[in-house]
Design a protein around this ligand. Structure first.
Ligand code: PAF
Length: 291
């Protein structure tokens, strides 16, 4: 695996990779990350390896997606450890730019995806999805991958990225496919996240209520056993009892993320964000109506 830190080096390395395929143009998959890797990220890498000739993983703690009250400096950084994990998974190139390489002096562009960015996590974290859209657009242009892999755990992020790529014509012939990979979960169902490391043992035990309550709500809504408003209020009560402070619970159209009051034959999703202690956890699940 080659670790590259400048754009010039990245272009040279990718040029070599693409031309060394021997059977036409090699297909390159991009797995963007902010490091602090766990099994969820490694699953993205494995899926990418199955689908492409070469995998490029990026590690960049993107300052533009952190709000003024979010501690950018405290975000875990463990480049050597992460690089070893990526190498063991067969990643060809690790793109690890410095903040100056990503945002040189005078950088003045912001990408803002209206609508999908606004509610849910966007309401609690103003500007967050602008930062995500801007850096992912840059990553797509830098790597020009044939496909890119993102976790469904950050469901709103995935919707923002898909909309941005569609609107800015970054899809075919550039990023042919933006692939959402189902959330990896711990044995008790808690979605894997680099934030789980901040939970105390008691909070970690209580946190299992989050996926449990969400799965129950998704099932009862899908079965038509409860109206959406009631299922959401049951989740709210269960989370409160387990010691969470709810940020939001929403049932939305899976594509537009517009809130819905009842299922209308289109894919729907239930999403939640809640704090336990000082840690904010998010999760979401598909609502699959029974035939
Ligand atoms: O999901 C993440 O790790 C980040 O938001 C991403 C997509 C790498 C952009 O910085």
């Amino acid at each position: 695996m080659q670790t590259v830190k400048t754009l010039q080096m990245l272009r040279t390395t990718l040029g070599q990779l693409r031309s060394a395929a021997g059977h036409g143009r090699a297909r390159i998959a991009l797995v963007p990350t902010m490091g602090a890797l766990h099994e969820g990220h490694l699953t993205l890498v494995r899926r990418a390896r199955e689908a492409a000739d070469h995998v490029v993983a990026s590690i960049f703690v993107n300052p533009r997606q952190f709000g003024p009250n979010e501690d950018l400096d405290a975000y875990p950084r463990q480049l050597a450890e992460d690089a070893a994990m990526l190498e063991a998974e067969g990643v060809a190139v690790l793109w690890a730019p410095t903040p100056e390489a990503m945002y040189p002096a005078g950088f003045a562009t912001n990408i803002s995806v209206a609508g999908v960015s606004d509610g849910l996590c966007g309401a609690a974290r103003p500007g967050h999805f602008d930062g995500v859209a801007t850096v992912v657009c840059k990553l797509f242009n830098q790597v020009q991958p044939d496909m890119a892999f993102f976790g469904e755990k950050d469901f709103q992020q995935l919707a923002v990225i898909r909309t941005m790529a569609r609107d800015l014509d970054l899809t075919h012939p550039h990023v042919d496919a933006i692939i959402g990979v189902p959330t990896m979960r711990e044995a008790d169902g808690l979605a894997m996240s680099s934030r789980n490391r901040y939970l105390t043992p008691e909070q970690r035990t209580a946190a299992a209520v989050l996926p449990e309550a969400l799965a129950m709500a998704a099932q009862t809504i899908a079965a038509g056993d409860q109206p959406i408003w009631l299922a959401k209020s049951v989740v709210e009560d269960e989370l409160q009892l387990a010691g969470f402070r709810l940020d939001y619970i929403a049932v939305v159209d899976a594509e537009t993320l517009a809130p819905i009051e009842e299922l209308a034959g289109r894919p729907a999703r239930i999403l939640v964000a809640a704090r336990i202690g000082t840690t904010r956890l998010i999760d979401n699940m598909a609502i699959v109506p029974r035939d």
